[in-house]
Design a protein around this ligand. Structure first.
Ligand code: ATP
Ligand code: MG
Length: 564
């Protein structure tokens, strides 16, 4: 049987003050309440109370992964470099990867995620389509040498992740495994009590097609996402696209050249002409795999280089430098306009739609041109939504003005496809006796990060505030201090414990009631039971940690309530 947890014996040292370097709520409160301890930057020790909460999150994740047929395994964190070299990620990960050598000088790494190793496991274990589908998962320690490991356990350099991988012989199978994971993630985050959104994501370095992120809105989050106040559209900022809407091109006057001395920037130009920046067309020059390309966006908008890079990948995008203009008389720096750019590929944002008219560079020093009409005076080679999304931009689903919010990425699901199966030639024998290339999905939940996200979303001024499923105990009993109160507290604790209720009892001698109450609020167990003034009469007080509601009850009634 579980034991009553006694504060007099529990290793928990609460702190009145926030740690000096703490910026986020989870960092402040988890340290102050004695749940975690910082060992080094981004490297954390889970103390007894913290370990309980962590395990509760892990249990919910396990139960829901088992429910979709996931089989739990445990792979090593210390990995040989060869599989990651084969996939290209040994290089691609750059500084994020912890690399090390063994005594013989062979190269190893600490696993940041395990697609390569799981692929090898399945190649070794499964040989026929009859061995599939398979979903494997683990809850394991991951290593990433994050540039700025801040924010407590939200972003660690060592952290715990549930990662799972699906293996199927067909695309339909992958779609099904993806749907199973998506539904399991919804149940997990609901059970954890996290407020979350599912947003379509760009899959980045993972490679692959369909991908969604689970985001927990919180000011401490490092992701910005767009949220529609009118419909259920939510998306990663980089995934928002603006629809191309051509407008009638007729009725525009002919192109007219304007003298605009000393106006190499949009601001100087707009001021000189007395027009809003949005009436001007800004043409950013970049190098795509070494070739100069112009990118046109409305003058009041910024180009999102990340978004541009995603669209043009695997081509490399760089900004141009003064040297790139040497010998290029067609490119007049600061006065570029698409109407004269014959030798340059022109990419434009969909806001630069056919039929729209602009003020833009005249391709001559100190001169601009007005009435430059898209489709009449210049052509766009490729439309790519490349502007930084802004609050108020239209929702792609319903047209309402979008909001921008901060969030924590708590989970990520990918349909990887055959990228890793190709690398490792993972085939199974198909129904017709011919080999079939396996298709994969990979799915992650930050288990330690979920603890942080819960704190960010649920804590209040007094401290942590856990839901029952996640709390380190169901009831926190406070013995106000006198012998009779401690006796009653311990007695109630034993009775509740015998009934299967998880109890933490503050039986510390020589600690003032005030300190005990403050600690109970800080530790955040959902129900606080106080053996106080009326202990001698067999009356205790129950307090709901979240709502603050209090009630005096007889011991018998209190026990009945808590064991109901
Ligand atoms: P981020 O953008 O926050 O760096 P990521 O996109 O690199 O995360 P994934 O590779 O998708 O992360 O990892 C799966 C999950 O693991 C994430 O959704 C997140 O919950 C968690 N995770 C990733 N990096 C960390 C970290 N440094 N500390 C704690 N949890 C992390
Ligand atoms: Mg991710």
């Amino acid at each position: 049987m579980a034991q009553v947890q006694r504060m007099s014996r529990l290793m928990v040292k609460t702190l009145r003050d926030d740690p000096a370097d703490a910026e986020t709520l989870n960092h402040k409160l988890l340290v102050r309440a004695g749940y975690v301890r910082r060992t080094a930057a981004g490297i954390w020790t889970w103390l007894p109370l913290g370990k309980k909460v962590y395990e509760n999150v892990a249990r919910v994740v396990r139960e829901e992964m088992d429910a979709i047929g996931g089989q739990e395994v445990l792979l090593p964190a210390l990995l040989p470099k060869e599989p990651y070299e084969a996939s290209g990620r040994y290089e691609e990960y750059g500084d994020l990867l912890f690399r090390l050598k063994d005594r013989k000088g062979s190269d190893y790494l600490l696993g940041p995620t395990h697609e390569e190793i799981f692929t090898q496991v399945v190649k070794d274990q499964c040989s026929s389509y009859k061995d599939l589908p398979v979903i494997l998962y683990q809850i394991q320690t991951k290593y990433r040498d994050e540039a700025r490991p801040r924010a407590g356990v939200l972003r660690g350099r060592e952290f715990q992740m549930k990662d799972s991988y699906s293996f199927d012989a067909s695309d339909e199978g992958l779609a099904e495994a993806y749907a199973l994971h998506r539904a399991a993630y919804q149940r997990i985050f609901e059970r954890l009590g996290l407020d979350y959104r599912i947003v379509s994501a760009v899959s980045g370095a993972m490679g692959g097609s369909a991908s969604e992120e689970f985001l927990a809105p919180a000011p401490a989050g490092e992701d910005t996402f767009v949220d529609c106040p009118e419909c259920d559209y939510a998306a990663n900022t980089e995934a928002v696209t603006f629809a191309l809407k051509p407008v009638p091109a007729d009725g525009h006057a002919a192109v007219e050249e304007l003298d605009t001395p000393d106006t190499p920037t949009i601001e100087t130009l707009a001021e000189h002409l007395g027009v809003p920046a949005s009436a001007t067309l800004k043409n950013l020059l970049v190098k795509v795999d070494g070739e100069i390309v112009a990118v046109g966006v409305p003058g009041d908008r910024e180009v999102d280089l990340g978004k541009l890079g995603e669209h043009l990948a695997p081509a490399e995008v760089e900004l141009v430098t003064a040297e790139d203009f040497v010998g290029r008389d067609d490119l007049v720096r600061g006065y570029v306009g698409p109407q004269g750019l014959e030798k340059v590929r022109y990419i434009a944002d969909p806001r630069v739609a056919p039929g729209t008219s602009w003020i833009t560079g005249a391709n001559k020093a100190d001169k601009h041109a007005r009435n430059v009409v898209c489709g009449r005076d210049f052509e766009v080679d490729d439309y790519v939504d490349v502007v930084v999304v802004e609050a108020g931009d239209p929702c792609p689903a319903c047209g309402a003005g979008l909001k921008l919010d901060r969030a924590i990425e708590i989970g990520h699901i990918f349909q990887l496809g055959r990228k890793y199966a190709d690398t490792f030639q993972l085939d199974v024998l198909g129904q017709n006796g011919k080999p079939v290339r396996v298709t994969m999905g990979s799915y992650g939940i930050g288990v330690s990060r979920a603890v942080a996200a819960l704190v960010e979303q649920t804590a209040d001024e007094q401290g942590l505030c856990w839901s029952k499923e996640i709390a380190p105990a169901d009831v926190h009993i406070v013995a106000a201090g006198k012998a009779v109160q401690t006796e009653l507290a311990l007695d109630v604790a034993e009775q509740l414990n015998a009934a299967g209720v998880r109890v933490l009892v503050d039986d510390r001698a020589g600690v003032s009631p005030g300190v005990k109450f403050t600690d109970a609020e800080l530790i955040g167990v959902p129900t606080i039971l106080v053996a106080g003034r009326r202990s001698a009469d067999g009356v205790v007080e129950l307090k709901d940690r979240r709502s603050g509601e209090r009630e005096e009850l007889s011991v018998a009634d209190a026990i009945a309530r808590l064991t109901a």
